[in-house]
Design a protein around this ligand. Structure first.
Ligand SMILES: Cc1cc2nc3c(=O)[nH]c(=O)nc-3n(C[C@H](O)[C@H](O)[C@H](O)COP(=O)(O)OP(=O)(O)OC[C@H]3O[C@@H](n4cnc5c(N)ncnc54)[C@H](O)[C@@H]3O)c2cc1C
Length: 355
């Protein structure tokens, strides 16, 4: 191994969606050398709404590991803002429409729970917007917000390109050689291979037996000049302000449709839900679809291959990559570098019998 070779680094990371990006951030923060290969497969992160919301608003439950994940996420996104000299994280309020008086009671009861008290405000907001249909007003979720994930990804990849450490091509597993203490790919050697491929995991011969399943999601982009929302609103759908009088409206969930194209069916569902919440004119100006990498037990999968100690996985971020990604990337990094244990509920080892 020639240490002066440009691609002769400690880590090779496959995939630069939010999972790969966040693992790279750990590497940058710790001063590790790395190269990223990111191909032309579809990316869920590119079409994600970018929300981080610590509460499951249908059931008034805290999201799994919400407090720890939030505490770990914000400093990471702030570091990325410093690195890339731009703002990506918007700590916007999330207003959930209250649909009946009994929901006010349910909300108030939930807000007393220790796991929710910091996230659910008990000051309800009456509706002052003539274009929102919300007779009972809104409850406010605090500590949520939005990551401008699409622009963050673009800026991060530009940064990697400038540093000469991003290869934009599909990773070909036929070209990978695995040794006891290293891997080699395209005549370069690396100490570790980290696979962060989202649904691209289906083509990964080391991890394609893991139960990562595609859940198709679709968003609409609308222009609604009269709406004038400055926070995120939620009824059966989220409305996320993007600026310039534009909003994202979504998202759908579909485990059965494996076709990547946006559908008329999803559009109709989203428009029906939107029509129940807003009362002004709008124009649909876009629609996009992607596949969330989900796991049946709704937990991410991180860890090291049981037979190959240099090969690691970071996947299964499901519908909450923005919130859980930083914590998962940090845990995987600490497991590789400092042999810290990964709790079984998020570890690859809960699927050990598949290897
Ligand atoms: C419509 C929709 C809305 C969503 N909204 C939100 C939201 O508001 N908040 C939230 O937190 N989450 C949201 N999600 C979920 C979120 O998108 C995922 O949790 C997250 O994007 C998963 O990131 P990932 O990096 O694991 O996968 P991906 O984003 O899919 O990234 C995988 C990357 O790996 C690359 N790749 C794959 N295979 C290879 C290969 N062989 N060689 C080279 N490169 C490869 C791909 O090109 C891609 O760049 C949404 C998802 C969808 C579909």
């Amino acid at each position: 191994m020639n240490s002066s070779t440009p691609f002769d680094k400690e880590y090779l990371v496959v995939g630069c969606g939010i999972a790969g990006l966040l693992f790279c951030e750990q590497l940058l923060n710790a001063g590790r050398s790395f190269v990223v290969i990111d191909g032309h497969q579809p990316s869920a992160s590119k079409v994600a709404g970018g929300l981080y919301n610590p509460v499951v608003l249908k059931r008034f439950k805290a999201v799994w590991e919400a407090k720890t994940a939030l505490a770990m996420a914000k400093p990471v996104y702030r570091r990325l803002e410093d690195l890339l000299h731009a703002k990506w994280l918007y700590e916007d309020a999330i207003y959930r429409r209250i649909s009946s008086p009994s929901e006010i009671n349910n909300w108030t009861t939930a807000a007393d729970e220790p796991e929710l008290e910091t996230f659910l405000s008990v000051q309800f907001k009456s509706n002052t917007n003539p274009y929102l249909n919300a007779d009972f007003g809104f409850g406010e979720v605090t500590e949520g917000g939005r990551l401008d994930i699409e622009n963050l990804l673009d800026a991060f990849k530009s940064y990697l390109l400038t540093e000469g450490i991003l290869i934009q091509e599909n990773f070909d597993y036929q070209q990978l050689s695995v040794y006891e203490d290293r891997v080699s790919y395209s005549d370069r050697t690396y100490k570790h291979l980290v696979c962060a491929e989202g649904m691209g995991i289906a083509q990964n011969p080391f991890f394609n037996q893991l139960p990562v399943q595609a859940n198709k999601g679709e968003y609409l982009k609308i222009s609604a000049p009269d709406l004038k929302l400055e926070a995120i609103y939620k009824s059966d759908i989220f409305i996320i302000p993007l600026g310039n009088e534009q909003y994202l409206v979504g998202a759908t969930y579909n485990r059965f449709d494996q076709n990547p194209a946006p559908t008329g069916e999803a559009k109709a569902i989203l428009l029906a839900k939107l029509g129940a919440l807003i009362l002004c004119d709008y124009e649909v100006i876009g629609q996009q679809a992607g596949f969330r990498p989900t796991v049946p037990d709704r937990r991410p999968i991180i860890g090291t291959h049981p037979q190959f100690s240099m090969i690691h996985v970071l996947n299964g971020l499901g519908s909450r990559g923005v919130l859980h990604g930083p914590m998962m990337a940090n845990m995987l990094f600490n497991s590789i570098e400092h042999q810290m244990d990964i709790p079984l509920e998020m570890s690859l080892m809960r699927y050990q019998e598949l290897f």
